[in-house]
Unconditional design. Structure first.
Lengths: 325, 546
């Protein structure tokens, strides 16, 4: 990655976020440790997918579905496995159903909910097992948390690992002795997602966790929501129908980050801010003394966007680089 | 939870479907509806400068005698369908803004991505400066000349002549508009964009009013107007021919084809929305269709304008007047350079109408600046975030939160360009069309990217909404080949024909220097970064997916 010389005072972090169920991105995250020579892996929130793709069993023993309005067809179980892999790579959950269950999914949002939650839980459990298999022998610590798009009850799945540390709502110590506080909630969004809290609540959480830090000036703030009015929080402005607003100047963009996060970074001045939430706003920016990073997300393409950050005992954030692996 | 057919921003869930839904969504961030076709068309049309396309009316018959501006427009628009398709397809696969920089870097190599993107950005800056320069002689000068004649106001007439010929005033007006543009982009982007939207709508008035004026007034009216402005229609044609103008009323297919780069300067840039609209992904073909509709609408409007211009002014007159004007002939009778909107103003007579047509045309110059400015500033950010440029370049002002460093860089470079255009060698003045040559170099790289994409990024291609083949060849590769051929068709006349002055020695030298800086810039940055311990090659390096 950066220089291959490894010094005792340097700690290299690899941070990715918002992979939204993309198995390919998760596997890349695990592989990033070796490729980028990272001392620790951090996965920001929003680990679960948003789309369920039914593959319907046909009378002739094949399965049919569609992707991007393009028909999918698997003639045997090998082809079905291939289709499922392809769908998972894009952050979508394949669900194999018979015509009756498909009909039920079509009319019952409750049933869709049940299937979604089952798919999320099973996928996360598989991912944790994979992480233990891959990272365990390497001895590289890894940290995860949930985001605003994930359901609270999934924390149990992530907590169950002896290799991956569930970091949310607490303080963990990274290699090099740097403390990291983690908050996966976001401020309110137009979608009223499952884990949203007010600016005041964000501020209270940051204050509470920051108050427990030994030395806030050497801490990492792993906060899903990016700071307000920065390069990191620019998203398309939406109208009341959730349609992007376009005018003669092009697509209208707006700041959608958190004012509480911004003021915390500016007043507490930690070493580093790690953020996500806004996929289209990959950027890094200094706020006060803190370098804040949002690597963005291209999970749908199976591309893992991430940030490589070198922390130095003497120099703080010595280097950062955004990558698209 | 929603049941729906889905496209993506991420994933733009939207239309609620019932039985037979092909997938299901849940309540999650980023599930947005697609931009409506109408809005998408407006977005794309805004990047095709309709008023500037009017340059074809005067420059085509002047530079390529016998070229028919109507057919130049129509053929160019039809040919531009293929490159537009290419950009539309690449944007569907790699939707984040950044355009060619992202397409090329991800598909081939970031070195080539940077070189191609640097090249086109540097030339965009020159075009910004050029628009600043054109404001006085082709914006304010015809406006005041036409107003002065219509109102018999000698002050306006004097201003018209001064603004059409004075280098100092050319620089002052150009510099003011460049500084204002930079200031607006630096103070408040949102406010600037709102103002921009209003100016854009105003700029379209020149096109609409011109169509009406030309539909009402025929050749006879125009001949009388020429007399009123101190000239004689037939004498202008005769003088030009006597002075060496080879044009005639006879249609030349060859010259019509050769003149197409003139129209490409407008229609070739419908693809620019790939930079600006790319944040919202559409997995569907809706946005791609909107790009094509926009091209068709713009093409029809400009073709209508050209057709009416031929009827009212006549091809021979347009070429002859432009010949006398551009060669500085004393036989040129008007106070302003030969120019489409100036001729429209001559037949308009009504001072208010003249003022609206001309000032809305001036607005067309002005609106061309912020969009291009924004594209270059976004490119600077992208290079900075990827560490090719120092991270200082993406610094923002802590008080205004605006990208002050990037904007200052753009302003300084455009002002230097402006000085060179006005006080540099005459060759520099002709470099506008060299920009066509140079920018086509980047378009060539993008076309090659489209051809190679299914091979070099097979996995991404296989999962993408653009997957599909014809006779076993991926459609995007075929479109890429088509685009390459069409770009070559635009490149050839610019590179080989002296009429437009695109191929001057100075033009080639500057093209080479800028391309060279782009090519050398990446390795230099790579070495400097390596000395600091940063490996630039990792920015787009693929991680093992298993």
């Amino acid at each position: 990655m950066f220089s291959r010389k490894k010094t005792a005072s340097r700690t290299r972090l690899f941070f990715a976020t918002d992979i939204h169920g993309s198995e390919q991105c998760f596997r890349k995250w695990l592989n990033a440790a070796k490729v980028y020579e990272a001392d620790a892996l951090i996965l920001g929130g929003d680990v679960t997918g948003k789309v369920l793709v039914p593959l319907v069993a046909e009378a002739d023993g094949s399965w049919r579905g569609s992707l991007y309005d393009r028909p999918l067809h698997a003639k045997d179980s090998d082809e079905l496995a291939g289709l499922e892999k392809q769908i998972r790579a894009m952050g979508r959950y394949p669900v194999v159903v018979d015509p009756d269950e498909k009909a039920e999914l079509d009319v019952s949002p409750e049933h869709v909910d049940v299937v979604f939650r089952r798919a999320m839980r099973e996928t996360l459990a598989q991912w944790v097992a994979l992480a233990e298999e891959r990272l365990g022998p390497l001895g590289i610590p890894a940290y995860t948390m949930l985001g605003n798009d994930d359901f609270d009850d999934l924390a149990d799945v992530l907590r169950g690992s002896h290799v991956v540390t569930y970091a949310e709502d607490g303080i963990v110590e990274l290699p090099g002795g740097y403390e990291m506080l983690s908050i996966g909630y976001s401020t309110p969004t137009p979608w009223h997602t499952s884990r949203e809290i007010s600016e005041e609540q964000v501020q209270a959480k940051v204050d509470e966790l920051a108050g427990r830090l030994r030395d806030p000036s050497t801490a990492v703030f792993n906060i899903h929501c990016p700071p307000y009015d920065t390069h990191l929080d620019q998203a398309p402005l939406l109208d009341e129908n959730l349609r992007p607003v376009v005018d003669a100047s092009g697509l209208r963009m707006a700041s959608v980050g958190s004012t509480a996060v911004r003021s915390s970074l500016e007043t507490i001045e930690p070493l580093l801010g790690l953020h996500g939430h806004i996929h289209e706003s990959a950027a890094a920016q200094k706020l006060g003394r803190a370098v804040s990073v949002n690597p963005g997300s291209d999970y749908g393409d199976g591309i893992l966007r991430g940030a490589i950050i070198d922390l130095d005992q003497a120099k703080g954030v010595k280097r950062w680089q955004l990558v698209q692996g | 939870m929603g049941v729906g057919s889905v496209t993506e921003r991420d994933t733009s869930a939207a239309e609620v479907a019932g039985p037979g839904a092909s997938y299901y969504t849940r309540q999650a961030t980023g599930l947005v509806r697609e931009i409506s076709v109408g809005s998408n068309i407006a977005l794309n049309v805004s990047f095709v400068s309709l008023p500037l396309a009017a340059l074809v009316a005067t420059e085509a018959p002047f530079s390529f005698p016998g070229a028919n501006p109507f057919w130049v427009t129509v053929i160019c628009v039809v040919l531009c369908i293929v490159p537009t398709l290419l950009y539309g397809m690449l944007t569907r696969v790699m939707p984040r803004s950044g355009g060619d920089y992202v397409f090329v870097s991800r598909t081939i190599h970031p070195w080539l991505g940077f070189a191609a993107n640097f090249n086109i950005s540097a030339w965009y800056l020159l075009v910004i400066a050029y628009f600043g320069y054109l404001l006085a002689p082709f914006g304010f000068s015809p406006a005041f000349t036409a107003l002065g004649t219509a109102t018999h106001n000698s002050t306006f007439l004097r201003w018209g002549v001064t603004l059409g010929t004075s280098k100092i005033w050319g620089f002052v007006i150009g510099a003011i508009i460049l500084v204002l543009c930079a200031a607006l982009m630096s103070l408040s982007l949102r406010r600037a964009l709102r103002i921009y939207g209003v100016i854009f709508l105003f700029s379209l008035l020149s096109v609409v009013l011109s169509i009406i004026v030309l539909a009402i007034h025929g050749r006879g009216d125009f001949m009388s107007s020429v007399s009123q402005y101190g000239g004689n229609y037939n004498t202008i044609i005769a003088d030009a021919h006597k002075a060496g103008y080879a044009g005639s009323a006879t249609f030349s297919f060859k010259n019509t084809i050769l003149a197409m780069p003139l129209a490409f300067a407008s229609f070739g840039y419908a693809i620019v929305s790939a930079y600006a609209g790319g944040e919202v992904r559409s997995a569907r073909a809706k946005s791609l269709r909107a790009m094509l509709y926009s091209l068709a609408i713009s093409g029809i409007l400009v073709a209508l304008l050209m057709g009416l211009a031929l009827r009212t002014f006549g091809n021979n007159f347009l070429g002859s007047a432009t010949f006398l004007s551009n060669t500085g002939s004393k036989q040129y009778p008007f106070g302003s350079p030969a120019f489409f909107f100036f001729f429209v103003s001559m037949v308009a007579h009504n001072p208010v109408l003249i003022a609206v047509i001309n000032f809305s045309y001036i607005a067309a110059y002005v609106v061309a600046l912020p969009a291009t400015f924004l594209i270059v500033s976004r490119n600077l950010f992208a290079w900075s975030f990827d560490r090719v440029l120092p991270d200082k370049v993406s610094d923002v002002n802590p008080r205004t939160h605006s990208p002050i460093v990037a904007n200052v860089i753009i302003l300084i470079v455009t002002l230097v360009y402006l000085v060179l255009i006005i006080w540099g060698t005459t060759g520099f003045l002709e470099i506008f069309y060299t920009a066509g040559i140079a920018e086509l170099l980047t378009f060539f790289v993008v076309a090659v990217t489209g051809i190679l994409f299914p091979v070099l990024r097979r996995e991404l291609y296989e999962r993408s909404p653009i997957r599909g083949s014809f006779l076993g060849v991926p459609i995007i590769s075929l479109v890429g080949i088509g685009a390459l051929v069409i770009y070559a068709l635009f490149f050839y006349p610019l590179a080989t024909n002296n009429a437009l002055g695109a191929n001057t020695t100075l033009g080639w030298v500057i093209t080479g220097v800028i391309a060279g800086i782009g090519i050398l810039g990446y390795p230099v940055s790579y070495l400097l970064n390596r000395a600091r311990g940063v490996d630039l090659s990792l920015a787009f390096k693929q991680l093992p997916p298993e």
